[in-house]
Design a protein around this ligand. Sequence first.
Ligand code: PAF
Length: 290
Amino acid sequence: MEIIRSVEWMKDAARTAESKERLIGFVPTMGALHEGHLSLVRAAKQQCSPVVVSIFVNPAQFGPGEDLAGYPRNLEHDCHLLEALGVDYVFAPDTAEIYPAGFRTSVRVDGLSEKFEGRIRPGHFQGVCTVVLKLLEIVRPRFAYFGRKDAQQAHIVRQMVSDLNLDAEIVVCPIVREADGLAMSSRNAYLDGEQRRAATALYRSLDAARRKIEAGARGAGEILDEVHTVLDSEPLAKLDYAATVAADSFEITHFLTGSCLLLIAARVGSTRLIDNMFIEERDGSFSAVL
Ligand code: PAF
């Protein structure tokens, strides 16, 4: 496995792979890797060779007062994990390599970037889109892999790829959960013992909503009541938002129809956590995938 620090070197490696008609698979990350990331790498390995993983804590997607400085970083450990999975290249540039002095451009997907996560974290998705566009241009993958835990991010990136006629196909992979249901996230490392227990309220609230749907509920109000009941009974968790949206537009939906997502975000202590559930209609009945 090669660890690449410079944009030019990464572009060279990508050009070489392209010239041999090889299918580049790409997993963009900010490091602090967990099973969720590794599941994306495994999906990439099944479809592509070579596989490139980027590790770059992107300052542009953190707002003032957010956790940029304290974001967990452990390049050496991450590289061990990736090497064991047979990754070909780790692209780990420093900040000046991606944002050299004088950098001025940014990319915004209007209409999708201002709601839910974007309302609470203004500028976040602009930062994500800017770096993802740069990374896609540098790595030139055929497939790029994102996790469904960050469903709004995956949706916005897909929109950007389509709007800008980029070549990469965005593959969205299932959420990976701990044994007690908590969605894996690098930010789970911030939780102390009590908070870690309380954080399962997100999963438990979605699971309660799932049961309500499977019992026949179709109205967003009655489904979201289940989420509120579970989260309101957890004193350490504070709900930021819960909403049902159409999966193909992220528009709020008041009744389940077609494919939907139930999105939730909550604070446990000072840690923000997000989670979601995919709800799919088949032959008139709905099933929910956590
Ligand atoms: O999901 C993440 O880890 C980041 O938002 C990403 C896609 C690597 C861009 O910095």
